[in-house]
Design a protein around this ligand. Structure first.
Ligand code: AMP
Ligand code: GLY
Length: 487
């Protein structure tokens, strides 16, 4: 942490930026940064063929983003002003810690702060200490007490079941939402298979080792993602977005990394978002800083809009994918100076230089809809190598196409090379218009076995539902940091 600059440091633009990652989220980040006047060069490790087609961009496929020494060597050799970390794996690998030790400004949290993403128990502990409301739940090291707690949750009056969450990096596969106790029992027994016996579990708990699971009450409601650029104390939020996690229309089929997103979110007005940032992001940042794990990066709050108000159900330590593909084209402010400001611990200074006030980043006024096109057999082992048709036609239809899992052959032909292959983003003055543009462009793209949803932003909740969302009984704290004012 020795290199972290004080808040008095002057924030200048980052002319040379190194972005880590090579998926759809990183394509959107690179697309955005490369279009900013202050950015001269974007280096991407490993990047992708499609990312390499953006202006000002050079990909370095030989550098593995989770290798701290290789990333530091690249950042140093290319004399970058800022490193932006896309996925969670480099955070967990301690890449940011190594870069910060070496004095390289980095947008992305150090490992001890990023843990809020992969340890569900740590997230709950931090939220509780910060006074942030989450679903009722507890962490468990042993099977029997976990079963007893799940049984009680499922039997409570009005219960909708229980949710079983594995603690640890599970690549999005650690959560089982259970309608009843029988389902929760199956999930718990599977997670505890091979876990230590009760006596050892107690020793693990006493030694402060991570639990095996978190069990929570099952909440119901629409979900939304509220992602904020953060430094140690301050937060500046992107507009809210809504992801669609199930593979098939009408939220059927298996869970995926996300099959589409839209923004704005009619049932989560931006005025309420500003309050939520004060209620959720800011206290969590303060608590992490208090614990010696200051967070500089994108703090993603996964919310459930319950009849009693919005409840935090998860934190991620990075931008959402595909949320950010829908969000970045809506921003009316350059990202580079803000990411650098956050990396230097002076987000407020960067925001002030841009003339920003309040908790929310300004938008162009356009709505955005991102439709994910996925490979055959996703989310199981996706089929690779299918030739992709219609990319030029989709672009001509006015959409922006971000590549998540493609490779370009020597003949210039793009082929599928991952589960989620493309995000097709349409803009419009309303969500309906943005959806029509996204659908029209997505219809042009074809390959054998392509899977996609046709209902992203199709049935929008009424804005009146915001009343329920606004009825949060949680205490609102506006104390502390405000954009444009010293902490
Ligand atoms: P997480 O990784 O914690 O976000 O969980 C993945 C998904 O599980 C979320 O997007 C929700 O759909 C669902 N989920 C998580 N926690 C709960 C909860 N307490 N009640 C209902 N659904 C939940
Ligand atoms: N779209 C959900 C996530 O990025 O975790």
């Amino acid at each position: 942490m020795s290199s972290q600059a004080g808040s008095s440091q002057q924030v200048a633009g980052a002319a040379r930026v190194l972005v880590l990652g090579g998926g759809g989220r990183e394509h959107a980040l690179v697309w955005s940064l490369a279009r900013e006047a202050g950015v001269e060069a974007v280096i991407v490790a490993p990047g992708s063929d499609a990312i390499g087609e953006e202006p000002k961009v050079r990909c370095v496929p030989g550098v593995i983003a989770t290798d701290p020494a290789a990333v530091l060597a690249l950042a140093t050799a290319d004399d970058v002003d800022l490193v932006v970390v896309g996925p969670e794996a480099p955070l967990a690998a301690g890449v940011v810690d190594v870069l910060e030790e070496a004095g390289v400004p980095t947008f992305g949290p150090i490992r001890s702060a990023a843990r809020i993403e992969w340890s569900k128990a740590f997230c709950r502990e931090v939220a509780a200490a910060a006074g942030v409301r989450m679903a009722r739940g507890e962490a468990f090291w042993a099977l029997e007490p976990a079963l007893a707690f799940a049984r009680d949750l499922a039997a409570a009056p009005g219960s909708r079941g229980a949710v079983v969450k594995a603690d640890g990096l599970m690549a999005g596969k650690g959560v089982t939402v259970c309608d009843d106790f029988a389902r929760a029992e199956t999930a718990l027994r599977a997670l505890f298979a091979g876990a230590p016996a009760a006596a050892e579990a107690e020793a693990a708990r006493l030694a402060g080792r991570p639990p095996v699971v978190v069990v929570e009450e099952r909440l119901v409601g629409a979900e939304a993602s509220l992602i904020a650029l953060c430094d140690d104390h301050g937060a500046l939020a992107l507009p809210p977005a809504r992801d669609h996690k199930r593979l098939l229309d009408d939220d059927r089929g298996p869970n995926t990394g996300g099959m589409g997103a839209y923004s704005p979110v009619p049932d989560l007005p931006e005025s309420l978002c500003a309050t939520l940032v004060d209620m959720i992001h800011v206290p969590i940042l303060a608590e992490l800083t208090r614990r010696g794990a200051p967070f500089r990066g994108a703090l993603y709050a996964g919310l459930m809009l319950t009849p009693e108000g919005p409840v935090l159900i998860e934190c991620n330590a990075r931008f959402g994918d595909p949320e950010v593909q829908a969000l970045l084209p809506r921003l009316a402010v350059p990202l580079g100076p803000l990411l650098l400001g956050a990396a230097l611990g002076d987000l407020a200074g960067a925001a002030a230089e841009l003339g920003l006030v309040g908790r929310m980043l300004p938008t162009t006024g356009d709505a955005a809809v991102a439709i994910v096109l996925a490979a055959a057999n996703y989310p199981e082992t996706p089929r690779k190598g299918d030739p992709i048709g219609g990319l030029a036609e989709a672009a001509r239809a006015g959409a922006t196409v971000f590549h998540a899992g493609t490779v370009r052959g020597a003949d210039g032909q793009y082929r599928t090379n991952g589960g989620r292959v493309l995000s097709v983003v349409g803009l419009g003055s309303t969500l309906a218009a943005a959806r029509a543009n996204a659908e029209k462009a997505a219809d042009k793209v074809t390959w054998e076995g392509m899977q996609r949803r046709h209902d992203i932003a199709a049935r929008l909740p009424a804005a009146a539902d915001a009343k329920a969302a606004a009825a949060s009984p949680a205490p609102i704290s506006t104390a502390g940091w405000e954009v444009g004012k010293p902490a």
